[in-house]
Design a protein around this ligand. Structure first.
Ligand code: HEC
Length: 213
């Protein structure tokens, strides 16, 4: 392979947003194949310009965005199986995720650290009699509820922030848009039963150290 071909490979690789290191490797004739096969890693969470030093999911005006890689990269805190009435079928499964650092920090201090993010994924369900019993499993995505811990009261004038958290709601049809009206109208009253544990239903998350009784 001549130098010109190698250069073309390098160009293609850089157009594909493959990392600089891979482009450099492509200049080594023997690594070209490897470079061609390297998957372009998706780093949506650390895309420059989308966040701030405080949080990659919060811009300078306090607009919250939905984290995308939580299922692969974060800790699964717990699940809620929800039926409209006792005895009725489970019609939603709620799965809650947080960053790995948040679990470690919470278990050391008993508090959610600044920048902690909680994502509650709400999915529809399907159910059937399986060999395990009558089982329900999650199917299509409905909505995501997101909370971002703010220990400094950064966004006092923003209706989505207050009581130590940023609060947001995203729908499957447009995950880029926070459709919550404001946390006091859309969220707070329902979280009042959990006020003593910083508005979070921590008792359902076994990996978070529970307060001594
Ligand atoms: C109808 C009542 C209700 C409303 C409205 C509501 N929540 Fe919740 N939320 C709950 C309950 C109850 C749980 C835990 C049980 C469950 O999911 O079924 C929960 C759990 C969560 C969780 C998982 C962490 C935790 O607290 O355990 C997040 C994140 C969350 N809610 C965010 C929000 C945000 C943000 C809003 C407003 C946009 C909101 N919620 C509105 C009742 C509500």
């Amino acid at each position: 392979m001549n130098f010109r071909t190698v250069k073309r490979f390098a160009l293609i690789a850089s157009i594909g947003f493959v990392t600089v290191a891979v482009v450099a490797a492509a200049l080594d004739e023997h690594s070209v194949l490897v470079a061609g096969e390297a998957p372009a890693t998706s780093q949506a969470e650390s895309r420059p310009g989308s966040g701030t030093e405080f949080s990659p999911f919060v811009d300078r005006n306090g607009n919250i965005s939905l984290p995308r890689n939580y299922r692969r990269e974060w800790a699964h805190l717990g699940s809620w199986a929800v039926a409209t009435k006792p005895g009725e079928a489970v019609h939603e499964l709620h799965d809650v995720y947080t960053q790995l650092e948040t679990v470690a920090s919470f278990n050391e201090s008993g508090e959610f650290p600044d920048g902690a993010v909680l994502v509650k994924e709400v999915r529809a369900t399907q159910a059937n009699r399986l060999t395990t019993g009558h089982a329900a499993w999650s199917t299509e995505m409905k909505v995501w509820f997101v909370m971002v811990k703010d220990r400094e009261g950064r966004f006092e004038d923003n209706p989505h922030w207050g009581d130590g958290w940023g609060w947001a709601l995203f729908e499957a049809k447009d995950p880029t848009k926070n459709v919550s009206v404001g946390y006091d109208t859309s969220c707070l009253s329902c979280h009042a039963p959990a006020e003593a544990s910083d508005w979070v239903y921590t008792y359902a998350y076994p990996d978070l150290k529970q307060p001594a009784k």
